[in-house]
Every structure is written in C-alpha cells, then in structure tokens.
Ligand binder design. Structure first.
Ligand code: AMP
Length: 193
C-alpha cells in the first residue's frame, strides 16, 4: 500500500476527540510511509488531517472540484492539488490514486463517499480494503443498522464483512494489510438467510 484515501467531515464536530483522532490517523499514515489522498479542502477534519500529515513530513494529494475551491477553501500547500470539473471526477480520481479507504466521522458528504466505495466493492469493481475509523463510537449506530440490514436479508454477511471498523487507526491499517478479497455475488438467495 502506498496511499490511503480518507473521507471525513468538512466540519470538525462538537467533540475535540474527532480532531484528536484526525491527528492520530495522520501520524499513523506518516509512520507507515503512507500518503494521504483526500478531498483537498482546508476546513473541518479535512483541513486538520491534511495539515498534520504535512507537519509530520508526509505526502498529501487533494482532489477538489473547481466549484468548491472557495467553499471548502482549497488547500494550496498540499504536495499535489488536483482541481477537477465535478464530484464524479473527484471521487473517481480519489479512488484511482488510493490503495485503501477510511471514513472518519463526517456528514452526508462523507457518508455518500463511503457508501459509494462500499457498493463498488460489493459489486466487485475494486477489491481494495475499506474501513471506519470509529472515533468516540460515532459509527456504532450505523454499524448496528448495517447488521439489521443484513439480518433482514438485504445485505450479504460476506459483503458486510468488507467494511472493517476500528477505534485505533494502527489496528485499522493492520487489518488492511491482511485483507483478502471476498467472492463477489450481488444477489441474496434463500440459502443465504
Ligand atoms: P461532509 O461530510 O458533508 O462535511 O462533506 C465531506 C466532504 O464530502 C466534502 O468535501 C464534500 O464536498 C464532500 N461531498 C459532499 N457531497 C458529496 C457527493 N455527493 N459526492 C462526493 N463528495 C461529496
């Protein structure tokens, strides 16, 4: 693995634990000589993780649509900043440049990015590992909902297992190194239930 894509909030959240977690993840990436790929903004957790990776001497690639350069304060000090035409190009380039994906706490933008890369994995469009950095139990209710989705027969257990979840970034990165692609089969059959 060379670079990790991190999806995270354009806000910092109300608990300082989220910013602390962003810095912890930044340190884990730099220690393992992994580059950061992210949305290119300088606001919220996005700005905090990018600044910390740069401060520690790591490599940061940002990918931001032209129309968001003002709103998300395009981070001009990054190692590389790609200004693209739209959200689709942004997500495609972020995915292409990364070997694995981590979602930290965030809002609907973060969730949208997470679920897109999760569905691409389920469909077998990629077999790169993905996981939640579950700071402060932020993702506990989402994980419970996904369990319910599986129990109700809408999500195969083998697909749910494609989403790792850890409270420690080093453990999450460790899981990624042992990741084995799952057999992909989209549809549930009665024998799965
Ligand atoms: P949020 O989690 O809502 O604070 O947003 C985090 C990041 O996700 C920001 O860079 C948003 O621009 C981005 N984002 C929001 N909506 C989308 C979308 N539909 N596709 C891709 N990225 C998005």
């Amino acid at each position: 693995m060379k670079a990790i894509c991190v999806y995270c909030g354009s806000s910092a959240g109300i608990n300082p634990a989220y910013a602390a977690g962003a810095r912890q993840l930044a340190a884990a990436l730099v220690n393992k000589k992994l580059g950061l790929v992210y949305g290119g903004g300088n606001v919220g957790l996005m700005g905090i993780i990018a600044d910390e990776v740069l401060r520690l001497g790591g490599h940061v690639t940002g990918v931001i649509p032209k129309a968001l350069m003002d709103k998300e304060v395009g981070h001009v000090e990054l190692s590389q900043l790609h200004v693209v035409s739209n959200m689709h190009e942004r997500k495609a380039l972020m995915a292409e440049r990364s070997d694995a994906f981590i979602a930290m706490p965030g809002g609907i933008g973060t969730l949208e990015e997470l679920f897109e890369i999760f569905t691409w994995s389920q469909l077998g469009f990629h077999d790169k590992p993905l996981g939640l950095f579950n700071i402060n139990g932020f993702y506990d209710t989402l994980l419970a909902f996904l369990q319910e989705t599986s129990q109700q027969g809408f999500l195969r257990d083998s697909h749910l297992k494609l989403l790792y979840a850890e409270t420690d970034p080093d453990q999450l990165l460790e899981k990624f190194t042992h990741h084995k692609p799952q057999p992909h089969q989209k549809w549930l059959t009665s024998s799965d239930l």
